[in-house]
Design a protein around this ligand. Structure first.
Ligand code: HEC
Ligand SMILES: [Cu+2]
Length: 367
């Protein structure tokens, strides 16, 4: 007994260490185990149910196995071969019926949920319909009912069903917001996949991921879901439709128009096929991964918006293989354009979200 305790005592710090290590793996804004909204909650309940059943089976099977090992072990001097039993009707019926019952307990709610969660809410007037298009390596969000298009950050109102129609512009990707809903593949070739999720009743920012290996920058293909109150959402929609604001400095404005608006859109100007930059100053990140904040540490020739600057200067260095080319700009143009974009804010948020700093602190710019 003493000896066993000694072994256990040695193992305790190790086990405590493992607990600490694993507890750091979960991020509230990126965890299926911290579900937000009704859909994620239902999926989590299914997980709990199957986990509990599994745990019960494991405990019973191990208990019987250990009991048999101990009770019927060979003792010194005992050389008798025990009675050999072959087949036992009662036992066989028991261990066939119990799994059947467990499967029914697991199956009925699972099938119910699968059908309930595959409902199409795109015709529901209370739902917000979003057409999601994945690109190597960014996400496009179009709100067909509202006439708005944005990228990288899906802005949605609280407590609402979001009906997603997902497709891909190039290769296979997968749309996944761990804290809000399960994932869905986005396919090329006009094949639309549908799902819906429900936003929680309070504001917050949730991290989304591409969950299908799609190329060298797959792991950098992040997006955000920004849940805001209804008033902020309405403000946002209106502000997205407002006329474009161009850089004040005419030389910078000219450069921006000729070099950037061939691909990008701001307000009512520019091309529709590439990420819409309207209100990019409000976005949490640049390119989905670099934190979009002012950071004097990287003061670059008059621009403290290090990450916008860094992206525009050499997007390929940030996300290898993405479709934005490196553009020839002078330091002054670079600084001017990044400052302009950083200050391009729509100011749509009500105070609650501005004060509730749900921004993910662990999202460091990778350097
Ligand atoms: C050939 C088309 C093209 C041109 C020209 C172009 N871009 Fe881009 N840009 C892209 C694409 C594609 C992405 C998305 C890259 C990704 O994340 O995979 C992007 C992403 C961005 C982003 C990040 C967007 C976000 O939502 O986080 C910024 C900022 C940006 N571009 C600024 C500029 C500026 C400034 C210029 C002009 C100097 C410019 N781009 C010129 C195609 C272009
Ligand atoms: Cu991917």
């Amino acid at each position: 007994m003493m000896k066993r305790w000694h072994v256990l005592k040695r193992l305790l710090p190790l086990m405590a260490g493992v607990v600490l290590l694993l507890s750091a793996c979960g991020r509230a804004d990126l965890s299926t185990l911290n579900p937000q909204g009704a859909v994620a909650q239902e999926q989590f309940n299914l997980m709990k149910l199957s986990f509990i059943i599994m745990l019960l089976v494991v405990i019973v099977v191990f208990a019987i196995a250990i009991y048999v090992l101990v009770r019927f072990r060979r003792r010194p001097g005992d050389n008798k071969i025990p009675v050999q039993v072959e087949g036992n009707h009662k036992l066989e019926i028991i261990w066939t019926v119990i799994p059947l019952i467990l499967l029914v307990i697991l199956g009925v709610p699972t099938i119910q949920s699968v059908f309930a969660l595959s409902q199409d809410y795109s015709k529901d007037p209370k739902a917000v319909v979003v057409n999601v298009t994945s690109h190597q390596y960014w996400w496009e969000f179009e709100y067909p009912g509202l006439g708005v298009k944005t990228a990288q950050e899906l802005v949605v109102p609280i407590g609402t069903k979001i009906a997603v129609e997902a497709k891909s512009a190039d290769v296979l990707h997968s749309f996944w917001i761990p804290a809000l809903a399960g994932k869905i593949d986005t396919n090329p070739g006009g094949n639309v996949n549908r799902m819906y999720f429900e936003t929680p009743a309070k504001e917050g920012i949730f991290l989304g991921k591409c969950a299908e290996l799609c190329g060298p920058s797959h792991s950098l293909m992040d997006f955000k879901v920004k849940v805001v109150d209804q008033a902020s959402f309405d403000n946002w929609v209106a502000a997205m439709k407002a006329p474009a604001v161009l850089p004040e400095d005419p030389a910078i404005a000219q450069k921006f128009q000729s070099q950037c608006l061939s691909c990008h859109a701001v307000g009512d100007m520019g091309g529709p096929a590439f990420p819409n930059l309207t209100g990019i100053g409000d976005r949490e990140t640049v390119g989905g991964i670099l934190v979009n904040t002012e950071n004097p540490k990287y003061q670059n020739e008059g621009s403290t918006y290090d990450n916008l600057y860094r992206w525009i200067k050499d997007p390929q260095a940030v996300k290898p293989g993405n479709q934005m080319p490196k553009i020839d700009l002078t330091e002054q143009e670079l600084a001017g354009i990044s400052k302009y974009l950083a200050e391009y804010k729509l100011n749509y948020e009500s105070e609650t979200l501005a004060n509730n700093d749900a921004t993910d602190d662990s999202q460091e710019s990778k350097e």
